[in-house]
Design a protein around this ligand. Structure first.
Ligand code: BGC
Length: 389
């Protein structure tokens, strides 16, 4: 993974990753996460010599305690969540080496089936795990599980799939949290990447960008917001018109390929931009585009989200217009660090956010993250409000 990370970072630097404005000190959701991450790292180090009988620990391991953690991932075959899962597992190992504790992390594949996942969650509760990390199949299903976990006195870290209702639900204060990224930001970056091309995506110069939209699963916050905000953002620069209707590829490469191949057969040269809610489906789109003899960045544009290593490579080769880094490194690290805090009996915030990062071959442009970044929370909210009507 280290190699992958190094490769990703190196490529991203070479290809002019638009890290855009602001530093980590900026007032944003990210800085909260960073602070916690920093605090936690210190605490992890401080706690290494301590023994506390009140901690929710099992038999002590050499130099520390053993914590049992249950993790369920919505679907192992998802390529982004595979990167995330591997990094999470690796990072728990590193934290254990640093603090002398043993983090026994059991991973389960939710197989994209809520019933299967409910069994896994119930088993984690029955096994009296010290903590549960959940990447829910259906984000609307969080309610009952969170109640059951609270009853069993098990803190929960939710990741990647944001339950819409967490802000309105009566969650267990301090012991239930969501670690993620603000999907609106990724949509805005996708729109900016297209707006930043020499013709703003308008290949045939008729003043309207005709696009297709490949979406993730229904009810998914990432899918909804990327779809909405990518187009809204591009609309700030030029008129847009969808060809047919947005289609669900459910994050899957093969479906992305089918949807794009069909659209290219049906609409031919009219298709100027392919927006995809993630890189997996966009890689399928790339295959369909090549299969149809079309050339990315010449007669069609293609943009995804995640910055999978293979996509970053494809951007370098000019086969992709751009993507948006869905930072699984920082997200998984924060999830693990928050977990450690909870295992130490501390209270945590309801949300921890990281930033997306735009990835293109181009140099920084006017339409950059500076537009999104703000000096204060008020400014940040005002900026969001522009997109809210
Ligand atoms: C990622 C997708 C992934 C999905 C899974 C999204 O944030 O961009 O690639 O399939 O999460 O929930």
């Amino acid at each position: 993974m280290k190699k992958l990370l190094a490769l990703l970072i190196a490529m991203v630097m070479v290809f002019g990753l638009v890290a855009c404005g602001g530093g980590k000190e900026d007032t944003s959701k990210e800085s909260e996460a960073e602070e916690v991450a920093d605090d936690t790292t210190e605490e992890v180090a401080d706690d290494s010599a301590e023994e506390d009988a009140d901690e929710p620990a099992d038999e002590p391991a050499e130099g520390g305690k053993t914590y049992k953690i249950g993790v369920t991932i919505y679907q192992y075959s998802d390529n982004f969540m595979t990167l995330y899962r591997n990094e999470l597992e690796k990072y728990f190992g590193e934290l254990g080496e640093a603090d002398g504790n043993t983090y026994e992390v059991e991973f389960q594949d939710g197989k994209n089936d809520q019933n299967t996942q409910n069994d896994q969650l119930n088993n984690f509760i029955a096994q009296k795990k010290d903590l549960i990390i959940a990447n829910l199949v259906e984000t609307t299903g969080a309610d009952q599980f969170l109640k059951d976990a609270q009853e069993a006195n098990i803190p929960v870290v939710l990741i990647n799939r944001e339950p819409k209702e967490i802000s309105t639900m009566e969650i267990w204060p301090g012991k239930t949290t969501y670690v993620g990224v603000d999907a609106r930001q990724s949509g805005i970056y996708q729109g900016e990447i297209i707006a930043d091309t020499p013709n703003k995506g308008d290949i045939n110069g008729d003043g309207v960008v005709n696009y297709i939209m490949i979406m993730g699963d229904a009810g998914n916050v990432d899918a909804e917001q990327r779809t909405e905000f990518s187009v809204k953002t591009l609309e700030k620069s030029i008129k847009t018109e969808i060809l047919g209707e947005a289609q669900r590829g459910n994050w899957d490469q093969t479906k992305g390929q089918e949807i794009t191949a069909n659209a290219l057969t049906q609409y031919g040269d009219q298709v100027e931009v392919v927006f995809s809610n993630n890189d997996g489906m966009a890689m399928g789109a790339m295959q369909a585009i090549e299969g149809a003899g079309r050339v990315v960045n010449e007669d069609i544009y293609l943009v995804g989200v995640d910055a999978l290593p293979e996509v970053v490579e494809a951007i370098g080769e000019g086969k992709f217009t751009g993507t948006v880094l869905n930072d699984h490194f920082n997200q998984s690290h924060t999830a693990a660090e928050i977990a450690v805090k909870l295992l130490n009996g501390e209270d945590v915030e309801p949300y921890y956010w990281h930033d997306y990062v735009k990835v293109t071959k181009a140099e920084d442009s006017e339409l950059s993250r500076k537009d999104w970044r703000a000096e204060s929370i008020e400014e940040y909210q005002a900026r969001l409000a522009e997109y809210e009507d």
